[in-house]
Design a binder for this molecule. Structure first.
Ligand code: ZN
Length: 387
């Protein structure tokens, strides 16, 4: 068994030295497997496939058989480093400079996985090698890319063999500027659509023989931009629709085009569902159409809104953060989507990890001191969980 206390810095360095750019495993899961198996975890490795996408390796490790069951979720894959020569320290070197650990994945999210593992190892050593309930790790190698052979399939696989989770901590970098800034307790949903207005092609000099779809498109995009979707809810900002592209594709100066399109994305809060939102948008367009011939092509979305309501579990994590950092984290629902949108179908999930400032950037790095503090926070959560 590893000696106490486990060193999150050494674990993070070992992980950072693995070139696990999606879809490569790069040795990161193999390393975690050795470490967790050595501490008594039952470790499973599985490869998921899907036609048209690369095979992806994943890991599930559990210790204990009783409830409550706390699962740490995360990913060891990273985005590419970009031009490696631009880095102050090599992106896969695990090197330290000025009290900071450099490397692709330092904050997103190998660093936080190292903290969770170190906290669990220490917790187990102090409780005689066995947790009160169960602790597990659900780690994918497919988060940063298309994410089809990762968490979704991992959760299904676990459910099929009877795994039941009570709570999940997803170790994404939830803090904007400083450790203790924010816990993410929910995420907005995301929905994409294209508004298509049809006209009749013709010569610009003979507009009475044609029908210009741009006129209708301007009216309808204007109507949608003026539409207030809501005023926000208890835990969410107001929902928002943004047009992302307006396309006619006409290269000719004297031609009225046959069709015009505008693409948009909606980030929506818990006052809506995808279905209610589609109905609302279509109703508004129909009201404003004034004869324009339109349709909306909706894209399928697996990004529903979710909220883990504040309660004892959220309180426990807030308290652990306050004890270590002296700060009271905001309960946030801002930002893009994450794998939490899939986990929420199985158990309450919140996100708390490192500071996200340098994620996906050249010179991604984490303060060594933050690794120690995040480990201390996770450790407090483990010690109070189910106590
Ligand atoms: Zn991430």
């Amino acid at each position: 068994m590893p000696t106490l206390p486990a060193d999150p810095l050494a674990i993070a360095q070992a992980l950072l030295r693995c070139r696990s750019v999606t879809p490569a495993e790069g040795g990161a899961l193999a390393y975690l497997q050795r470490l967790l198996a050595g501490a008594g975890f039952a470790v499973e490795r599985m490869t998921f496939s899907e036609p048209g996408t690369p095979d992806i390796e994943n890991l599930y490790a559990r210790i204990g058989s009783a409830a409550p069951h706390l699962v740490f979720a995360g990913h060891t894959d990273v985005v590419p480093p970009g031009e490696e020569a631009l880095w102050k320290r090599p992106p896969f070197g695990g090197e330290i400079g000025d009290g900071e650990l450099y490397g692709r994945g330092a904050v997103d999210m190998k660093g936080a996985i190292a903290c969770a593992v170190a906290a669990v190892l220490d917790h187990l050593q102090e409780s005689g090698g066995k947790p009160k309930g169960s602790i597990s790790f659900l780690i994918t190698g497919d988060e940063e890319s298309v994410a089809v052979n990762g968490t979704v399939k991992l959760l299904k696989w676990a459910a099929a063999r009877g795994e039941k989770f009570d709570h999940c901590i997803l170790a994404e970098p939830s803090n904007a500027a400083e450790l203790g800034d924010a816990i993410k307790i929910g995420r907005r949903g995301s929905l994409n659509g294209t508004l298509v207005v049809s006209g009749r092609q013709g010569h610009v000099a003979y507009p009475h023989l044609a029908e210009n779809p741009i006129r209708g498109l301007v009216t309808l995009t204007g109507a949608l931009m003026a539409l207030r979707l809501d005023l926000g809810s208890d835990h969410f900002d107001a929902s928002n629709l943004e047009f992302t592209s307006v396309d006619v594709g006409n290269q000719t100066v004297n031609l009225i085009p046959a069709e015009a399109r505008a693409r948009f994305n909606i980030r929506f809060n818990d006052l809506h569902t995808q279905a209610s939102l589609r109905a609302l948008i279509e109703q508004r367009v129909a009201q404003a159409a004034d004869g324009a011939r339109w349709r909306i092509a909706w894209e399928p979305s697996n990004a529903d809104v979710f909220l883990t309501k504040p309660g004892p579990f959220v309180d426990l994590v807030v308290e652990a953060i306050a004890e270590v950092t002296g700060r009271k984290p905001a309960l946030s629902t801002s930002g893009g989507t994450s794998d939490a949108r899939f986990i929420k179908d199985y158990c309450p999930v919140l996100e708390f990890g490192l500071v996200g400032q340098t994620m996906h950037q050249v010179d991604e790095r984490v303060a060594v001191n933050d690794l120690a503090r995040l480990t201390a926070i996770y450790r407090r959560v483990l010690d109070s969980y189910g106590a």
